[in-house]
Design a protein around this ligand. Structure first.
Ligand code: FES
Ligand SMILES: [Fe+2]
Length: 357
């Protein structure tokens, strides 16, 4: 494809670069029953074997093409609900309960996906490239005792480009005025690389976590005071990472479902780094503090997500009704984001061709 053509590819119809690790579920969502998820139009079943190890297979029984995710786990295999055929972790048929003496197991295999479980999430690599060449996004705060986590699930009826643009465009603090997330953003600089876009804004934060009681600012607006803080947001393809001053780190982990649907997980971490006395306490106690405060920003986070999703849904509907209608953009970070999406999609296609040849 010529560079010229690429420039005009409609970003709202772009696919994904499958040669990355994508979050598909929280660890706690997969227990002793299989669950079905969709990652860019591919139905995938996740299940744990007897040892608790996670596996990801195509969500399709090759016998009659029904969903394996409606079956159950049988030892180290997954058993289809219809006739009870079982499939092992590599996707091969290992048992047919009514196999005749002279019959052989059918030679049918379904696709198995590279899958990993780390930092509280399950990650799948849907591409044909080498999954070992790249790692899932690092989230050191997940385990670190100095950070309190909150997680919000985002089910967004829109193309993933609308969601990442929303997250990279900090001028939309206007929408969240009532939640007092941040204010007065001003774009300072943009850095572009092959697989990421980093944008720095100067902004005003409402929160300062410097005293142990200041965590209550998350619940009581009267305690908040505006003060300047740098606001860094990065599109680390295919995910989003941000930092507001020293006190907050926020991630958005993307699971694009289709051109009109995106699932994502928004992770908010409040830092306890300022409390050096707390760090001297026994690890067991610190873990208790971390676990007991899990979800302390839930109301704030869910509220922000609701407001964003409502806007994105309208953008998607307006696009579907009139894809040719021009929109007006003043934030250059949005162009960088769209360019990265197009480049990554092209890169994914190129890797596919080079793997086949
Ligand atoms: S359809 Fe799955 S076992 Fe028959
Ligand atoms: Fe927002």
């Amino acid at each position: 494809m010529q560079l010229q053509d690429r420039k005009f590819t409609d970003v709202r119809t772009c696919g994904i670069n499958p040669n990355h690790w994508y979050v598909v579920a929280r660890s706690t969502e997969v227990r002793d029953r299989p669950i079905g998820i969709v990652l860019w139009k591919q139905a995938i079943v996740l299940f744990r074997d007897r040892a608790g190890k996670i596996h990801a297979l195509e969500d399709r029984c090759p016998h009659r093409q029904v969903k394996l995710s409606e079956g159950k786990v049988a030892e180290n295999a997954i058993e289809c609900a219809y006739h009870g055929w079982q499939f092992g972790a590599e996707g091969n048929c290992v048992t047919v309960p009514y196999l005749g003496e002279k019959q052989k197991l059918p030679n049918c295999t379904i696709r198995d996906y590279p899958v990993r479980e780390c930092n509280g999430f399950i990650w799948v690599f849907p591409g044909e490239g080498n999954s070992e060449d790249i790692s899932p996004l690092d989230i050191p705060e997940w385990e670190h005792l100095n950070y309190i986590a909150t997680v919000s699930t985002v089910d967004c009826p829109g193309h993933y480009s609308f969601l990442i643009e929303n997250l990279m465009d900090m001028y939309h603090g206007h929408l969240h005025d009532n939640y007092q997330a941040w204010a007065s953003a001003k774009l300072e600089k943009i850095e572009e690389a092959r697989d990421r876009v980093d944008v720095r804004y100067e902004a005003q934060s409402y929160y300062r976590i410097d005293k142990i009681w200041s965590i209550s600012q998350l619940f009581f607006p009267a305690l908040r005071r505006l003060h300047p803080e740098p606001l860094d947001v990065s599109y680390v393809y295919p995910n989003w990472v941000s930092r507001l001053g020293d006190d907050f780190k926020i991630y958005c982990l993307f699971c694009p479902v289709s051109e009109t649907q995106t699932r994502a997980y928004l992770l908010h971490f409040t830092s306890l780094n300022a409390f050096w006395r707390l760090h001297k306490l026994p690890v067991g106690f610190r873990r208790w503090v971390k676990n007991s405060l899990f979800g302390s920003a839930q109301k704030l986070l869910d509220g922000l997500v609701r407001q964003d999703v409502a806007m994105i849904e309208q953008e998607q509907q307006a696009y579907l009704q009139n894809p040719q209608r021009r929109t007006y953009e003043l934030n250059p970070a949005i162009f960088s984001v769209q360019q990265l999406i197009r480049q990554q999609v092209e890169e994914g296609k190129y890797e596919k061709i080079s793997n086949i040849s």
